[in-house]
Design a protein around this ligand. Structure first.
Ligand SMILES: Nc1ncnc2c1ncn2[C@@H]1O[C@H](COP(=O)(O)OP(=O)(O)OP(=O)(O)O)[C@@H](O)[C@H]1O
Ligand SMILES: CC(=O)C(=O)O
Length: 496
């Protein structure tokens, strides 16, 4: 670990999890280790900017760092989905002046005002009067005339466009498949290389989420699927998409262009609310600390944005360019962690949330009741710690969704389950605990909690576990996935 030259004290991580995008500014093992020690639990690999060959070393480095710092770290592979991008342009970009004319051409641009895109059929899908947005909506052009091989556009909002920037067509229903051949290949790679979460961009329907789940399952992976909400069509079918997905990302970069940016704050709040109803984790993404690309401090508005996401109940906040290409990746992570921690203090003592109104996560009713009881017990007994032993991670997620303020420790005999917990609000995954035997688990937790200073003699710990804890490994009941044991343990403080 010394080789990373890490600070001696790792920061205490906020209950709200931090997802950080990996890019040139943070992809060395030493940099990844520092970000993990500063608050990151999940690393995001954006497949829109690099393919499996370039991303595989990042996967290897993250896994290595996780071993070195002895902490589970999760990996989220973000599939590009049907996003159209501009082709190659001069390095300095092209200035598009107001009222100037440009052409979107199917292929072989031959003049400076001819633009080619990554989706040849785009020209066929345009209609007169459509607005085409470039560079995150900072440049817009109106479709004025259509030809078989090109569309003539007039600049409405001027600005600079650059190579491979995204193109948005707000309100246009496109026929491009949700999962392109390339996305499919990337999903298979993600499944085979054992990542923990795979997200799909520009989701329009629950079927698309189901298709991605099938691809992942058929490649022997248990990775969870995150649906990115960034189109009006997704907002129209939000409940169905949330019910189908394992988690949601509010992808504000594109959402803020696809719908009126003025509508976006309320859309974000609605998405969080629906995720709460279904007990699905929700990540708030994009421009959270945008000015920290350059600056060492965020703006007041950015600090407030992070705090509001925490107060609204986000499970995680995401950093994009701030860590991928920014000048201060570590400061950005530390700042996000600090804002979340300070804000979370105001959540202490709030009543725990009710069970999911809509059980789309396949949680057994016994488990749901036990988790509810455990949360109430932990609160009324002022427990110093809640420990959850989880096979699939479902029980840990159910506990996380209660937003119980007592520190929650997740244990499992499966490392892949511990990594899922990296996204779950308030759950700290702990390696090497005897997750299959109640007596050993109690003894281990008692000693561990005293050693790290989380509890002392006489404090109470609530332990939630499945029937496997008493039935023993290999027993049939173990595979039932039902969690039906709650133990209240009074700490003996057996270590000196
Ligand atoms: N692996 C990478 N290699 C190089 N640059 C990267 C990489 N990942 C991200 N970046 C850079 O970081 C910036 C911000 O990252 P982010 O993932 O948010 O990209 P984006 O293009 O804005 O997002 P999206 O693809 O979802 O529209 C990008 O503009 C890109 O230039
Ligand atoms: C993260 C992402 O894809 C967006 O904000 O659009």
């Amino acid at each position: 670990m010394d080789e990373y030259n890490l600070p001696l004290n790792r920061v205490e991580k906020a209950r709200t999890k931090i997802v950080a995008t990996v890019g040139p500014s943070c992809c060395e093992p030493s940099q990844l280790a520092i970000l993990a020690r500063s608050g990151v639990s999940v690393f995001r690999l954006n497949m829109a900017h690099a393919g499996p060959e370039q991303q595989q070393p990042h996967v290897d480095h993250i896994r290595q760092v996780s071993e070195d710092i002895n902490e589970p770290l999760a990996i989220l592979v973000d599939l590009a989905g049907p996003k159209f991008r501009l082709g190659e342009l001069p390095d300095e970009g092209i200035f598009c002046g107001r009222d100037e004319t440009f052409f979107l051409v199917k292929q072989n641009p031959s003049a400076a005002n001819e633009l080619v895109t990554s989706y040849q059929a785009l020209v066929d899908e345009l209609s007169l009067g459509d607005l085409v947005m470039f560079a995150d909506g900072t440049v817009s052009m109106l479709v004025e005339e259509l030809f078989p091989d090109r569309a003539r556009l007039r600049v409405q909002q001027h600005g600079i466009i650059r190579s491979r920037q995204g193109i948005n067509l707000p309100g246009v229903k496109l026929s491009a498949p949700a999962i392109s051949v390339e996305d499919h290949q990337h999903a298979i790679w993600a499944a085979k290389t054992g990542v923990d979460f795979v997200s799909l961009s520009f989701v329009r329907s629950p079927d698309e989420v189901r298709t991605l789940k099938d691809i992942i399952r058929s490649n022997s992976s248990t990775a969870r699927v995150i649906a990115k909400i960034e189109k009006r069509e997704a907002l129209e079918r939000l409940e169905e998409i949330v019910a189908e997905a394992d988690g949601i990302m509010v992808a504000r970069g594109d959402l803020g262009v696809e719908i009126d940016v003025a509508e976006m704050p309320l859309a974000q709040k609605r998405i969080i609310r629906v995720c709460h109803e279904y007990h699905k984790p929700v990540i708030i993404a994009t421009q959270m600390l945008d000015s920290m690309h350059e600056s060492q401090r965020p703006t007041r508005a950015e600090a407030t944005d992070v705090a509001n996401a925490v107060l609204d109940g986000a499970d995680a906040c995401m950093l994009s360019g701030e860590t991928a290409i920014g000048k201060h990746p570590r400061l950005a992570v530390e700042m996000m962690n600090r804002i979340a921690q300070v804000t979370e203090k105001s959540l202490e003592g709030l009543p725990i949330r009710q069970s999911a109104k809509k059980n789309a996560g396949g949680l057994h009713e016994v488990t749901a009741a036990v988790v509810r009881g455990a949360g109430t017990m932990a609160q009324s007994l002022n427990a110093k710690l809640v420990v959850v032993a989880s096979h699939s991670g479902r029980t840990a997620l159910a506990l996380s969704q209660q937003r119980n303020f007592s520190p929650t420790i997740g244990v499992s005999s499966k490392e892949s389950t511990l990594r899922l917990m990296c996204l779950y609000w308030g759950v700290t995954p702990l390696r090497n605990a005897p997750a299959e035997n109640i007596e050993q688990l109690i003894k281990y937790t008692d000693e561990w909690a005293c050693r790290v200073g989380l509890a002392a003699k006489g404090d109470r710990i609530v332990i939630v576990g499945g029937s496997h804890l008493t039935a023993g490994q290999g027993n049939k009941k173990m595979s039932s996935g039902v969690h039906d044991i709650v133990v209240v343990h009074e700490v003996e403080g057996t270590i000196a």
